[in-house]
Design a protein around this ligand. Structure first.
Ligand code: SAM
Length: 270
């Protein structure tokens, strides 16, 4: 097995460092260690380009000389991170995939504080979002319209879970994240200088008829329960997306995408 000079080659999935990374599959461990796992060279490079340090870079034996991998190794070591060269079997065990990516990054989680939020143009607040696939997809769409960030209200799924990170397709490193209780959010909302728009199946306005002057704060409800009464009462407008067929609602990430592209339409000429 060839090794980069600074790397330590690992062949056993029982190696303590590999076990520690595998442990990050659990939310509890991710929160204790304030870390998450990004799979694939593309996502690792995107993180590095976004100024996000890689704490540990794991790569498959034999790929270290590829130019992009060599660049990722250099950047990781320069920022004080570690590099681990491993076998394909170790990577497969670590990521629970038969055909694992050849590069995996362990990165620090980043959370912005509520009082650090600058209104900017567009923030999205998600009340008790439960599905990590929805959350990752929303992060990807928020990135696509250059939203300023996403606020997670109450008991939500973890944006740093592997499912959410995968669904975000790299956007997780470009979209600022804030997490708050409902009480903290409702207090902070009083200081919001612009319009607060909620989406609701019983909204009194068609979403296409509202002027979305920036800064806009868009609030989306939970997958099952929708917007709580307290959140709905905190909105200046409650809008609905008209539907013609038999479906009683849209999927949360689909509804968020419809809203974001409507809000961004004039501003971004999309
Ligand atoms: N049973 C829930 C309800 O009564 O609201 C359905 C929730 S829906 C799956 C999840 C979220 O997506 C909603 O809270 C809302 O924010 C948004 N949403 C979905 N379809 C919508 C529509 N047609 N109009 C407005 N918002 C919608």
């Amino acid at each position: 097995m060839t090794s980069a000079p600074e790397a330590r080659a690992i062949t056993s999935p029982a190696n303590p460092e590999i076990k520690r990374i595998r442990g990050l599959a659990l939310r509890k461990r991710r929160e204790e260690e304030k870390l998450f796992v990004a799979e694939g060279l593309r996502h690792v490079m995107e993180a590095l380009e976004a100024g996000w340090p890689v704490a540990t870079l794991v790569y498959q034996a034999g790929v270290a000389k590829r130019p992009k991998v060599a660049e990722a190794i250099r950047a990781t070591l320069a920022a004080g991170g570690r590099c681990l060269e491993v076998t394909e079997a170790v990577l497969a065990k670590m990521t629970k995939r038969d055909n694992p990516q050849t590069v995996v990054g362990v990165l620090p989680q980043r959370w912005q504080a509520l009082d650090e939020i600058a209104p900017g143009k567009l923030w999205i607040a998600l009340e008790t979002v439960r599905d990590p696939g929805n959350l990752g997809t929303i992060l990807r769409t928020a990135d696509a319209v250059a939203a300023d960030g996403v606020i997670l209200i109450g008991e939500t799924c973890d944006p740093y879970s592997s499912e959410s990170v995968r669904a975000s397709m790299g956007s997780i490193v470009r979209v600022p994240l804030v997490r708050v209780t409902a009480r903290q959010f409702l207090d902070w909302r009083e200081t919001w200088p612009g319009r607060v728009v909620g989406t609701h199946l019983a909204g009194d306005a068609d979403y296409r008829e509202v002027a979305y002057e920036p800064p806009v704060l868009l609030i989306m409800g939970n997958e099952q329960a929708g917007l709580s009464e307290a959140m709905a009462a905190a909105c200046d407008r409650l809008v609905k997306i008209p539907m013609a067929g038999g479906a009683d609602s849209l999927n949360l990430s689909v509804a968020t995408a419809v809203m974001l592209f409507e809000i961004a339409r004039e501003r971004l000429h999309l």
